[in-house]
Design a protein around this ligand. Structure first.
Ligand SMILES: [Cu+2]
Length: 102
């Protein structure tokens, strides 16, 4: 998370449980919130201060998810990313239950 952008690691996502590490590399308070199949408004508790990080564990199903910063109008300012979870065989070896990162 930076001011005002979200970067998601490139790792392919298959259905399963992941822990996203929300790292605030900006100068403003940020947080992350996820919406998608089976997940509604799941967010990090409170906000993440600059230089701090928080984790968010989520069980992903096949489909498209929306991840964004719910603080202020950061979402409208560009802190939003979409990602797709699928069953395709393009997952990296050893991905099972892996840790997703930013
Ligand atoms: Cu933000």
């Amino acid at each position: 998370m930076t001011d005002f952008h979200l970067a998601l690691s490139d790792q392919p996502l298959t259905p399963g449980t992941y822990t996203f590490a929300a790292i605030n590399a900006g100068h403003d308070e940020h947080a992350i919130e996820i919406d998608g199949p089976g997940v509604s408004d799941l967010r990090t508790p409170g906000v993440v201060q600059p230089g701090q990080s928080a984790s968010l564990t989520v069980t992903l199903q096949p489909g498209t998810y929306d991840i964004y910063c719910p603080v202020g109008d950061h979402r409208a300012m560009g802190m939003e990313v979409h990602f797709t979870v699928n069953n395709a065989g393009n997952s990296a070896p050893g991905l099972g239950g892996a840790t997703g990162g930013y």
